[in-house]
Ligand binder design. Structure first.
Ligand code: NAD
Ligand code: DAU
Length: 354
């Protein structure tokens, strides 16, 4: 197995990247972590208070597209693994403005790959891995049956997923052409603490608490496969250490839900916790215009990562969702902070106020 001594994590101030650092750093004493993040609306250093005093941790504010900066970090820190989370990650934003998605997700990934290749070829380090964190959305959409496997052809439908597919193909090409030791993970929908409240679960929790309308797109019968973010972090660590370079690993929770059922569940959990009469929050549900190009169903087969690397999710959805609801109730200040300012402008554009 591969055990890195200095990991460059990109996008480590975001939802999943910060969860990964908070998990990986204490679990791997002797390994340093350098977090490169430009701190967009989605990046928040408060997600990392648990590790900020750790001498093995360093934060660098900067752009993955800045080749000089990336080159310097790789060389000075003797980086032997890159775990690449940095991205624009929200589908609705990619419909409002695709350009930044191409710039960050495609061009930014290319810069990281190119600098990684030069670093690796310089012989400065003995072993190297580039782990690219991707998404099941690159496979497009499923009908009522079937699963995405690693062999499913890429057929992205949104500017977000097209930009992620573009980055996946560049990662593949750097392996085929230059022999760069890359790994790609494609995970289903994550949920858990510190998720930005533009995504379904934290948005609904936030609006239920605030007594605001709950915007359900279309008929609410789109299906997503939900995985706790901590399980995604352990999957990434498992693939980084044990995956064969050049390979792709799907990651999923085998936990499919209709959106409307998730919203009902959150309403009921919160009614109970907030002491509201049963059914009250469901009254806030508002069916709104469907997302353009809305993928109907995602479902992941995670058979390969289980078979080859022994990874399985540890959270049941029942436990994970209850803990997540409790976390958001206990961390209202975090939510208030990230939903002020530029998020308010986005929310107005997306939902027309409310
Ligand atoms: P997020 O939006 O919460 O965080 C993205 C982070 O990247 C932020 O901290 C942001 O500041 C940073 N960033 C953006 N542009 C950057 C740049 N140019 N340079 C440096 N940093 C930059 O996203 P997330 O939900 O944590 O997703 C992380 C990764 O996982 C993404 O690549 C996403 O495609 C992938 N993914 C997400 C999910 C999910 O359900 N959220 C599922 C599968 C895969
Ligand atoms: O599958 C992995 C992907 O999951 C990641 O690659 C993306 O980064 C992540 O954002 C997520 O994409 P989705 O589009 O599936 O997630 P989102 O939370 O935006 O929406 C989940 C479902 O809920 C989707 O069918 C749209 C619907 N939805 C979403 C919002 C924000 C609503 O009905 N109302 C809403 O207000």
């Amino acid at each position: 197995t591969f055990s890195p001594s200095a990991v460059l994590v990109t996008g480590g101030a975001g939802f999943i990247g910060s969860n990964f650092i908070n998990h990986f750093l204490p679990a791997n004493p002797g390994c340093r972590v350098i977090n490169l993040d430009i701190l967009t609306y989605a990046g928040n250093l408060r997600n990392l208070t648990a590790v900020e005093q750790n001498p093995a941790y360093r934060f660098v504010k900067g752009d993955i597209g800045d080749a000089d900066l990336v080159r310097r970090i790789l060389a000075e820190e003797r980086i032997d693994a890159v775990v690449h989370f940095a991205a624009e990650s929200h589908v609705d934003r990619s419909i409002l403005g695709p350009e930044i998605f191409v710039r960050t997700n495609v061009l930014g990934t290319q810069v990281l790959l190119e600098e990684s290749r030069r670093h690796w070829e310089s012989g400065a380090i003995e072993r190297f891995r580039f782990l690219h964190v991707s998404t099941d959305e690159v496979y497009g959409t499923l009908g009522e049956t079937g699963y995405f496997t690693e062999e499913t052809p890429l057929a992205p439908n949104s500017p977000y997923s097209a930009s992620k597919a573009g980055s996946d193909l560049l990662v593949r090409a750097y392996n085929e052409t230059f022999g760069l030791p890359v790994l790609t993970t494609r995970c289903s929908n994550n949920y858990g603490p510190f998720q930005f409240p533009e995504k379904l679960i934290p948005l609904m929790i936030h609006n239920i608490v605030a007594g605001k309308p709950l915007p359900v797109y279309g008929d609410g019968r789109n299906v997503r496969d939900w995985l706790h973010v901590k399980d995604h972090s352990t999957a990434i660590e498992t693939v980084l250490k044990g995956g064969k370079p050049g390979e792709v690993f799907n990651v999923g929770g085998n936990n499919e839900w209709f959106n409307i059922d998730i919203v009902h569940l959150l309403c009921d959990l919160l009614d109970e916790r907030l002491g509201r009469p049963g059914g009250e929050s469901r009254g806030l549900i508002t069916f709104v215009k469907d997302r353009l190009g809305h993928d109907r169903r995602y479902a992941i087969s995670a058979a390969k990562i289980k078979r080859e690397l022994g990874w399985e999710p540890s959270y049941t959805f029942e436990r994970g969702i209850a803990e997540t609801v409790d976390w958001y109730l206990a961390n209202r200040a975090w939510v208030d902070e990230v939903t002020s300012g530029s998020y308010r402008d986005y929310y107005e554009t997306q939902y027309g106020g409310g």
